[in-house]
Design a protein around this ligand. Structure first.
Ligand SMILES: [Fe+2]
Length: 214
């Protein structure tokens, strides 16, 4: 696949927080990772993916999957700025925080891909259902696209997988921003009442609470 300037501009237009990354090399890697991830899995924009935490959890009443990732990024930056203003010795990597937040759910291009979900649903014992959750697939994308280990770690361990290891500072901030987003959506009654994605194919598959794992 060819990564063109037009495709890159479309990614920044959909996710303007990409321009908050000061390191131009890191910024371009985030852009190219999203260009490649979307195109390789049949999406033209992030907002085409189901707007939910998991493929089988309830979708947002309004708003998109891209809104989720952008909001987590802004929440994470605000959290870091709050702590930095409070504690003179608080140090964090702002570029890694932003890049990690914007890429934390990049693996959803695999887990939320409709053909994949239909295939897994048809025979859950063939390759698993899902075969790989978005954190795992996010690691594959991050390393394939030469993103830093610190960003791959955020993709890998922002969710329940991170309970098996120590999260970095930046990942800890992203993890709790992600939790805050979905829990506040739930308490604020911003989930849709019914899940009509793929004609309700995935409704209640995992049996998890709608915001259990992100
Ligand atoms: Fe998320």
């Amino acid at each position: 696949m060819e990564i063109t300037q037009v495709k890159r501009a479309a990614r920044v237009a959909e996710m303007p927080e990409i321009d908050w990354i000061e390191d131009r090399v890191l910024r371009d890697k985030v852009i190219d990772a999203w260009v490649a991830a979307l195109e390789a899995h049949g999406f033209t924009q992030i907002g085409e993916m189901k707007p939910s935490g998991n493929y089988d959890s309830m979708p947002l009443l309004t708003g998109t999957q891209c809104d989720h990732m952008r909001s987590v990024c802004r929440l994470a930056v605000k959290t870091a700025e709050e702590m930095a203003a409070l504690f003179p010795n608080f140090r964090y990597d702002r570029d890694i925080l932003i890049a990690g937040a914007l890429c934390h759910d990049i693996g959803k291009v695999w887990e939320f891909q409709p053909d994949n979900v239909k295939r897994w649903k048809a025979d859950p014992y063939c390759v698993g259902f899902p075969s790989v959750r978005h954190p795992g697939y996010g690691v594959f994308i991050c390393f394939s696209m030469d993103l830093p280990e610190a960003v791959a770690h955020i993709a890998a361990a922002h969710s329940a997988e991170g309970e098996l290891l120590e999260r970095s500072l930046e990942n800890t901030i992203v993890h709790w921003a992600d939790v805050t987003f979905w829990k506040t959506v739930e308490a604020g009654r911003q989930f849709a009442a019914t899940d009509t994605w793929l004609e309700g194919l995935t409704g209640g598959v995992s049996g998890q609470p709608k915001s259990a794992a992100r």
